[in-house]
Write a protein that binds this ligand. Sequence first.
Ligand SMILES: Nc1ncnc2c1ncn2[C@@H]1O[C@H](COP(=O)(O)OP(=O)(O)OP(=O)(O)O)[C@@H](O)[C@H]1O
Ligand SMILES: [Mg+2]
Length: 279
Amino acid sequence: MATDLLTITDLHVSVDDKPILRGVNLRMQRGETHALMGPNGSGKSTLGLALMGHPKYVVTQGAIELNGVDLLAMEADARARAGIFMAFQRPVAIPGVKMADFLRHATTNVRFPDRKEGEQLIPMKDFRKELRAKMDHLRMDVEFARRYVNDGFSGGEMKRAEILQMAMLQPKFAILDETDSGLDADAVRLASESIAEIGRNNMGLLIITHHDKLLEHNPPDFTHVMLGGRIVETGGVELAAELYSQGYDRIRRTYPEAEAENRAMLDHDEPQLSAVERE
Ligand SMILES: Nc1ncnc2c1ncn2[C@@H]1O[C@H](COP(=O)(O)OP(=O)(O)OP(=O)(O)O)[C@@H](O)[C@H]1O
Ligand SMILES: [Mg+2]
């Protein structure tokens, strides 16, 4: 059976002319769960933002394709309509725009990709019914939909708003950037369950996380470790468990070149010390 396929080939990305990603290769099929791990500043969020077409993240080399179609040639909104979704590490607030209105627009745009601006939205009655059902399912208060997008949301509320958005949009591929950060233990469990329910079997999930709790209900088929702007190792679920319990010491020792680049990115304004001098 044919399935949707997202391929990233030799991807190089710069921000303000500073190279961040240095040749990332990744292949994801719909229905697979991938965990993306790696120390702070290794380039994980950069990969997500480049996939979404954030204008600050400039692709200098390589390709991103969805079913063989060049995603790099598309604007960010066209990528969303093609079925790519990202839950951001730091979502932006949109004061004055209510969650429900935002979701109605976004859902209409994704479901009817050929719709012209200003044309009919999904009828209010149908949309309300669906939104309410999804919110019930996620154990969210309906009041939440009346609030302005991310405006004054707690860390946990922001993350849940992103999960609700994913539930409504039903993308082909979802990138979840630290959807667990700032959540208490119960909320992480709920998020992990919700993601599994929404995503199971019908989405390609790329879960960026520093912990293993979000993976509890989403055991990764593949775990990728990023260091210094490239994926240095890929394994299965056992690799995520190892990194969570033992940290990145083994990875840093095994890939000294990538480790040096990771350090250089982190403190670009400081004089560089060797690993020995730092210890
Ligand atoms: N908009 C930006 N402006 C300047 N530097 C940036 C920008 N985005 C990313 N970088 C730099 O690129 C490197 C990689 O950052 P990125 O956010 O991708 O790391 P990460 O792996 O997501 O880290 P974390 O685990 O801390 O979230 C860092 O050195 C960061 O400072
Ligand atoms: Mg990040």
